[in-house]
Design a protein. Structure first.
Ligand SMILES: *Cc1c(COP(=O)(O)O)cnc(C)c1O
Length: 431
């Protein structure tokens, strides 16, 4: 089994966090998202404890809500001591509706509109992470109008390619996110930020990408940030108090993916930063990290009911499911690999080669191709692992498929946290 919260019971059914997935599918219907809250909490603790231990006081993980944003996640990450990053007014609204403290929100976004800026300021978010000079000026003006003194970080790009998927790699020079250091623009960005009377600059943010398995990309990023901070100190007499080094630690989607030692990596990044800062003669800043995927991805499992096997003679066998790209667009977007199991017969040999196809009128609607599962019969429950991140968050109503329900599993009990959309929900905005 890919994770230690998965097991097979004496009925041959897959269990997640000790609960029978076939029973959960019967009770709540399919497609169904499961989220093992205890596993989310364990990941939160790993980050909080390692960051407290190895980084300066005040260093904290920010949960990257874009990975999985719904009201039920915020009390969990809040009670574990995380702050949160939000990328839109909708995410701010969700976090606040769940009672998350506004002061612990860090507001991202590459094109914040004037309305977004006004909303963020009115909501009293702790920090704006300012993406570009246009936003900087608009934010300063609106902060003045609202009589607010706003704390900010500046998003800079370090020009690194951490060898991950092109579509989820955001730290290179040619990027629509942030302002590049290499071209000299980031230095001018800092100078302009220091001159804004309603804004207080605390430091820099950089996010290099996703599905990163080792600390070396973060260490390369740290080197560039330290060099930049040193330059800002010398040229502008500006001392950065915070480095936000972004998110991006990888998770295991399939057996061949390595397991990331989060605490070990944090220790390596810390050693590297401390040495670098000492050499550069700058104080070690408070460190923020923004884990999303590595907090929620492997706590999530999606359950489907299969419509059975459809054989195209001479080609392949399709196993059809009652969801697909509408609840998990990642295969259609990135050809992401997934581990799939026949949850109804998890005790049987996974020796049937097939392609998992969704229900949409779209040939790209697949979840996995040429994988092996125990041969299913119509009505069996199919489980797709590692769907906690960027699945519900990216779900859609294409073909008017209602979004699935989400059930949280905590200390041996299941709780409906997001109800299944109804057909009335589908037409609710339509006049
Ligand atoms: C996507 C993103 C994250 C989260 O990345 P994960 O790979 O989910 O950890 C954090 N910060 C920023 C700025 C992002 O764009």
């Amino acid at each position: 089994m890919l994770y230690d919260n998965l097991s097979v019971n004496d009925r041959g059914h897959l269990e997640v966090a000790g609960l029978d997935t076939v029973d959960l599918a019967a009770e709540y219907g399919t497609p169904l998202y499961l989220l093992d809250e205890d596993r989310v909490r364990a990941h939160c603790r790993t980050y909080v404890e390692a960051m407290r231990k190895y980084f300066p006081e005040g260093s904290v993980p920010l949960y990257a809500g874009k990975a999985l944003c719904f009201k039920g996640i915020y009390p969990v990450v809040d009670s574990e001591g995380l702050s949160a990053d939000v990328v839109s007014p909708g995410e701010i609204y969700t976090a606040l509706a769940a009672g998350f403290p506004a002061g612990k929100l860090y507001f991202h976004g590459t094109n914040k509109t004037d309305e977004d800026i006004a909303y963020g300021l009115r909501s009293r978010v702790g920090f704006f992470i300012v993406d570009n000079p246009n936003e900087l000026r608009a934010l300063n003006a609106e902060a003045g109008r609202q009589g607010v003194h706003q704390k900010i970080l500046l998003r800079v790009t370090v020009g690194l390619d951490p060898h991950t998927l092109e579509a989820i790699n955001t730290g290179r020079v040619d990027s629509q996110f942030g302002v590049p250091i290499e071209t000299g623009q980031a230095a001018r960005f800092v100078e302009e930020a220091m001159a804004q009377e309603n804004l207080e600059l605390f430091g820099f943010h950089s996010h290099i990408g996703s599905q990163i398995f080792e600390s070396d990309s973060f260490c390369d990023q740290a080197d560039i940030l330290i060099r930049f901070a040193k330059e800002m100190k010398e040229k502008l007499d500006y001392t950065a108090r915070i480095f936000n080094i972004g998110g991006g630690f990888g998770v295991r989607y399939v057996e061949s993916d390595p397991e990331v030692d989060i605490a070990g990596n944090i220790r390596e990044i810390s050693d590297h930063l401390r040495k670098g800062c000492a050499q550069a003669g700058i104080p070690m800043p408070v460190i923020l990290m923004e884990p999303g995927r590595s907090i929620v991805a492997d706590a999530g499992v999606t359950l489907y009911t299969t419509g059975g096997i459809k054989t195209v003679e001479g080609y392949r066998d399709y196993v059809t499911v009652d969801g697909g790209m509408t609840d998990n667009p990642r295969y259609a977007l990135y050809k992401s690999a997934y581990t799939v199991l026949n949850a109804s017969h998890a005790d049987q040999a996974a020796d049937f080669t097939c392609t998992i196809a969704g229900r949409c009128c779209e040939s790209g609607d697949r979840i996995a191709e040429e994988i092996q599962i125990a041969k299913p019969r119509r009505g069996d429950i199919i489980a797709v692992l590692t769907t906690g991140a960027y699945n519900y968050a990216m779900s859609m109503n294409y073909n008017r498929v209602p979004r699935p329900a989400l059930v949280m599993l905590h200390e041996g009990t299941a709780r409906l946290a997001v109800r299944r959309q109804t057909f009335e929900d589908l037409v609710a905005c339509e006049l």
